[in-house]
Design a binder for this molecule. Structure first.
Ligand SMILES: [Zn+2]
Length: 318
């Protein structure tokens, strides 16, 4: 224990019951005010994109790494801060101790411009359980949420429980895939079908480095008289910011399929979702789309960040 905390721990033993209770109440009030301000700060940081500038693709890893919050604590605060921006009335309710983060997160998907006042007033001072009952009454559930979680069995370290809802088309597709794969997977285990389907999908969607020999051969090939007539599409590709497939594949592989943004202090983002291709030397300023060295991979937030820095565009950074 820190030396000051230790000293205070001894000091507090001498407090009277009245002082102890009074101080506790004051501390709770201060905590509520601080929470409300904390949420406002998160919103402003998000609005300015300061976390993005520091090399984080989202607020959550920023709050975890810089402030030491747990993932759950960070997510709850982010969710609550977004709600506060939409409905500033929430700031007041938090400061007055009527709403806590757990209650707010339960309500987050259900609040709208039209209903938030009524629902928030009804949720004032209620426990999480009471608010869950309020939600069930006001917004009856249509289907369970999608879930992925590790099984709790001690001998299944590498096993996950996946749960999601689908429609009749989803079931028909699954049955068809099962039938087509029946020779390969006679037992028809959903895990085999699921992995096979995802592998095929990733293979199709992931940009690949084109075979260099093939590309070079195509570039060297003398065009036939018929091919000399450049089509409209080709002309469009030559003069537009269009990035050829083989260049995209090369850039993708060089970036190892993750965001290449590096902050001034050397923090690399490394995000693997919502990736976009970006010109290092801007296409508008004459940067080439045809060489992989001028193409980089950025996550959505860092691409938006560069647009903001370069062109002063108004962007929403998450
Ligand atoms: Zn990024």
């Amino acid at each position: 224990m820190h030396i000051l905390s230790k000293r205070f721990d001894c000091e507090i033993m001498n407090y009277s019951n009245e002082v102890l209770l009074c101080d506790l109440s004051l501390l709770a009030k201060t905590e509520n005010i601080n929470l409300s301000r904390f949420l406002a700060y998160i919103q402003e940081i998000s609005h300015r994109g300061l976390h993005v500038e520091k090399g984080y693709s989202h607020l959550s890893p920023f709050l975890q790494e810089v402030l030491g919050l747990s993932e759950d604590e960070a997510m709850k605060r982010i969710q609550a801060s977004r709600l506060c921006r939409r409905f500033p009335y929430i700031y007041q309710l938090i400061e007055e101790g009527y709403l806590n983060l757990s209650v707010l997160c339960r309500l987050s998907r259900h609040l709208t411009e039209g209903n938030h006042r009524r629902i928030l007033d009804e949720a004032k001072g209620k426990s999480v359980r009471e608010v869950e009952r309020l939600i069930v009454r006001e917004f009856p559930k249509t289907s369970p949420e999608d879930k992925i979680r590790k099984t709790a069995l001690p001998l299944s370290i590498d096993r996950y429980w996946v749960q999601f809802t689908t429609d009749s088309e989803g079931v028909a597709l699954l049955e068809k895939a099962k039938a087509l794969l029946s020779r390969k997977y006679p037992e028809g285990k959903l895990n085999d079908i699921y992995k096979e389907a995802l592998s095929k999908l990733i293979e199709e969607l992931e940009p690949k480095r084109a075979k260099r020999d093939q590309t070079e051969k195509e570039q060297r090939k003398e065009p036939s008289p018929a091919a000399r007539q450049v089509t409209h599409d080709e002309r469009h590709q030559i003069t537009s910011r269009y990035i050829p497939k083989h260049v995209r594949g090369e850039a993708w592989e060089d970036a190892k399929a993750c965001c290449q943004y590096v902050s001034a202090l050397g923090k690399r983002c490394g995000e693997t979702k919502f990736l976009e291709f970006d010109h290092v030397f801007s296409w508008a300023d004459g940067g080439s789309s045809k060489t992989a060295s001028n193409i980089r991979i950025l996550c959505r937030n860092h691409n938006a960040w560069f647009a903001k820095v370069r062109f002063g565009e108004r962007v929403n950074l998450r």
